[in-house]
Design a protein around this ligand. Sequence first.
Ligand SMILES: [Mg+2]
Length: 317
Amino acid sequence: MPRSGSWGGRAIESIVAQAGDRRVALTLPFEAMLLLVDLDGVVYRGADPVPGVAAVLAARAAAGDDVLYVTNNSMHYRADYVTRLSAMGAPVSPDRVVSSSRATALYLREHQPGVSRALTVGAGGLERELTDVGIEVVTAAAAAELAERDDLDGFQAAGRPGAVVVGVDPLIDYARLGVAADCIRAGALFIATNRDPVYPIERRLRPGAGAIVAAIATAAGQEPLVSIGKPEPLLLLEAASAVGARASDGIMIGDGLLTDLAAARAVGARCILMLTGVTSRSALAALAPDERPAAVAADAAELAAALDRLATDASTP
Ligand SMILES: [Mg+2]
């Protein structure tokens, strides 16, 4: 149960969260924070939850913080995350999940309103996110098939799309690369969901969106107009904007130096670097002093303490 008090003339609520097998006391100034939370390496590692992190986030959400999940993964529809995160006890609804595909859709709707049709090189989640904001989607697979059957240029086969959106397409092939490059050469905007070179699955690495983007860029003779995902700023900017907040007021909670920490720096947000994923203490120690995150947390209890401290900093009169 929350207990009320005061601190520096502000209301405070103290609550106790269950973090794995530990109880964590949080003292929260009553000013809500925007938490931009990476998923893999923070809330879970592959199939396994990181102990206690979901409970810490649930406690913050119960106290009024905005908890948004920001992931570079472009393959899934945002609603696909709800069952999994709910089962772990994390506070979630579909619109609390902003993948690089969702952010790409929001970016196109807001900044490229002339794009009514897009060619996608990606998985089902990318198609659904673009369709949700009213963009007609032609998959590279469908366009490649038509181009082959009717001996057409890829741009014609795709119905002259205004944009080519590229994420991870696990079934990428030569013909799909070809139609994407055709469309870009014909003038379609080239948009990358992200440029991660690889992404980890159970003890292996798979080629990331960046590998496919690089192949298309080479064939088309031009680089993407924009890349949405971390370390670039747009994923965090679109996520914050979707809840009426500013990304610079947010706290990024992530495990990647080259993605999460870099994106936080790009938007002027503070970052809590989690040591529960890809980053080691030695990699962190090698950072220049002005590149260090606002806080470091090795587990859920340290995350709770770091959030408590940053909340207090943020509300200091
Ligand atoms: Mg991560």
